[in-house]
Design a protein. Structure first.
Length: 325
């Protein structure tokens, strides 16, 4: 079997203890634990020797991979089965890999960086030993940043200098320091890592234009789905969306209100909708307020009167006035 050991936050997978005839199958399994089902073969050598060390930083996987001559593929016939909802950013450090996808053929050598969608059919052939560092990013994280995944094609850039070099250096530093990272700084490290890794492939203006807009839409959707939860807060949203509070606030900068203000605004709107049904709804003011996330009747009345210029009881009475005699 594959050997899997845990040293702090570094996980190691190796073919070392696997019988030679079974190593291709187990190498495919090792890769599958990280990015979905793949086929692997030894490309004529009869066996595969390889190991993977990886760390998990929030929802990102950072990997160091070394493997002998081999070939991996995600055939078109497997695409409909799903299971590959990730984007890979690969920094080649040793050997040459031939990447094929969408009828394109890219030759990746030391110092090159490649981004591609793992869910699309593809094949990678490595005629000799290869080493590389890989960042595995879930598709929802990319969508949150506004990356247009439906149009994403494999891209190759240089990591020998400029933004690519900065990205690779930071990936390597984060991987090496992963066992020492405290939980309190993981979110910020992950955010910075994403900023640098995506920069060589997607223009800063593109990410700034689409990223906050996409994130703002996700924030609003999550808020609307959880209005009745009295614990709904910026901290909860930060955890659910895997973003720093600072990044969430930045995405809401053009809304004319804060995220907290937006939560109370939507709660008041829902309360008013129910109050306008009149007393005939059978629900008291307190029932209505508490059902939409308020935990204090006085707080609800204060905010309602401040927003609508009248107490909630007045709206309820107006909706169902007593009969004229």
């Amino acid at each position: 079997m594959l050997r899997a050991t845990m040293t702090h936050s570094i996980v190691s997978l190796s073919t070392a203890t696997t019988p030679a005839p079974l190593r291709a199958e187990y190498w495919a399994q090792a890769l599958g634990t990280l990015c979905g089902r793949l086929h692997a073969d030894a490309f004529g050598d009869g066996t595969i020797d390889g190991h993977i060390d990886y760390a998990t930083i929030r929802r990102l996987r950072l990997c160091e991979i070394e493997v002998s001559r081999h070939r991996i593929a995600h055939p078109a016939s497997w695409t409909e089965r799903g299971g590959h909802p990730v984007i890979k950013v690969l920094f080649q450090t040793c050997g040459t890999s031939i990447f094929e996808q969408d009828g394109r053929r890219l030759v990746i050598g030391p110092g090159d960086c490649l981004v591609y969608d793992v869910s699309k059919p593809h094949a990678i052939t490595s005629p000799a030993l290869t080493k590389h560092h890989v960042v595995i990013i879930p598709r929802p994280v990319m969508e949150q940043r506004g990356v247009p995944l439906e149009r994403l094609q494999a891209q190759q850039v240089s990591a020998r200098e400029g933004a690519g070099r900065l990205a690779h250096d930071f990936v390597l530093s984060v991987f090496n320091e992963a066992p020492s990272l405290s939980p309190g700084c993981e979110v910020q490290v992950a955010e910075t890592l994403l900023d640098l890794v995506l920069l060589p492939f997607f223009s800063e203006s593109c990410l700034k234009r689409s990223g906050p807009e996409a994130l703002r839409s996700r924030i609003k959707t999550l808020i609307r789905a959880n209005l009745s939860d009295p614990n709904l807060s910026i901290e909860q949203l930060s955890s659910r969306l895997d973003c720093t509070k600072r990044y969430l606030h930045m995405s809401f900068a053009d809304e004319g209100t804060t995220i907290t203000g937006y939560i109370w605004q939507k709660r008041l709107e829902k309360c008013r909708e129910e109050l306008e049904l009149g007393p005939g709804s059978g629900r008291t003011l307190t029932d209505i307020a508490f059902s939409w996330g308020f935990s204090s009747s006085s707080h609800f009345t204060h905010l309602f009167k401040k927003r609508y210029g009248m107490p909630p009881s007045a709206v309820q009475r107006q909706a169902n006035p007593p009969p004229v005699r």
